[in-house]
Design a binder for this molecule. Sequence first.
Ligand SMILES: [Zn+2]
Length: 540
Amino acid sequence: MLSCQQSVEVDQIFYNGKIFTARTADEFVEAMAITDGRIVAVGSNEAIKRRFRLSAGEPIDLQGRLVLPGFHDAHLHFWGGAKIQRELDLGGLRSLEAVLEKVREAVKKARPGEWIIGRGWDHELWPQKRLPNRKMLDAISRDHLIYLKRVDGHAAWVNSPVLRVLRYTRHTPDPPGGKIQRDRYGRPTGILFDKAFSLLDRLIPEPTYSEKKTLIRQAIQRANQLGITSITDNSSDEIYRVYADLYQTGDLTLRVHFFFYYPASFDTLKQLLQQVPPIAEFLRVGPIKMFADGSLGSRSAYLLQPYQDDPGNTGLPQHPFQELLERVRAVDEAGFQVGIHAIGDGAVREVLDVFAALAAERPDPTRRWRIEHAQVVDSIDFARFQQLGVIASMQPSHCITDLHWAEDRIGQRARYAYAWRTFLNQQVILAFGTDWPVEPLNPMIGLYASVTRQDTLGFPEGGWFPQQRIRLGEAIRAYTYGSAYGVGAEGWSGTLQPGRVADFVILDRDIFNLPPQQILQTRILETYVNGQKVYPVDRP
Ligand SMILES: [Zn+2]
């Protein structure tokens, strides 16, 4: 009775769950108590019930469900992803008629003269497997500009008004790097390849500021639905303002750590931050973004040795060493964190060399240096991440997209590509994300990729370089604690333990006890940010 009288009043109690704390890769508790949006305690059902009581309402019975800290996507392009939400999603449609029906619906909702933009159609999925043409779209509307990109992004299907905008006639030669498909009279059919349509993206009007706000708000809701409660975002400065505005209206239901691109001037950046100050725990200044190289797919990632499938080429370093060093020093001296895109082993080494030089100049153990992607790393460089305190910000889904061709590019070096196991064995902090919209936003795909190293159809059997697989608990920890650590926020977010913000998700199944294929089907039942349910939202 005495303990009952001494119990502490809290706002919420969740009990009877399987709560993964992410404090380690395998710690679970049954219950947690929450007050003012923060976790007060976690522990057994009995301990929590003994120590705490509610000011109002009933404790919530989790019915044995799995609870995880909310996901923190450590690297994405939120505006890039939000923007494509306004495009028609034609992916996976299995007939021409199904695609045309979606276009018809969109046309009905649009004003004459507006663009109808779509993506994802794939004629290989249609029974007749034939490329479509402009006439099919003209029959729907000649008053709208219809522009539909194929699933691979290398072809577009447009109607006649778009051909007129481009001034493509039977007399137009193919532009360099592109191809205009033609009928037997030489007239454009409405199918354009590569550079023949890439110009269109610049002709489409930019959304207004208020449209941007709407699109970002919708993307936030979608992220919440997928269990995402924090992001480290690479978007333009204007989007930083959008977040600040959305906070004012109560629509910022995830925490944003904002990458700023290497600025023309630090004074201008500091002015912006004075005009639009960060909002504690909801809108924070993240790293300054720089680039050391390009990408593996386009053979512009900078490698120590030439590409396996392009013997004269080692890729494209973005800066000579000295220039990168000066830039990183400038960021460091201005008091910002540094995050550098480096994909090839040459770029990764260059960045590590820069960090080592600066650490020697001015030691500062509180720095949180990051390398974004770190896809190919020379075996001798892994230990340097740990020695220099460099965080590996990686996207597991890139691995299962790239595994189909990565060995062609890098041969033997693939053993140390997307090398999560090697990083963890070296005690390097992994921060996981998606690079959305390059990869899908759903964190489940990243978790599945981490534990299988197979594409979503299960290829290859046994996994691609399976020695680099990691355990589910480790992957979730990289996606929560690791991402928080990556922006210096692990002291108040990223794990479920006392003092941390109450950001968590309830899953529809226990993925710790199911075959990995089930991870892909897993749904989020509820998402909480700061102790408030943000998904699903009860509508009045
Ligand atoms: Zn990116």
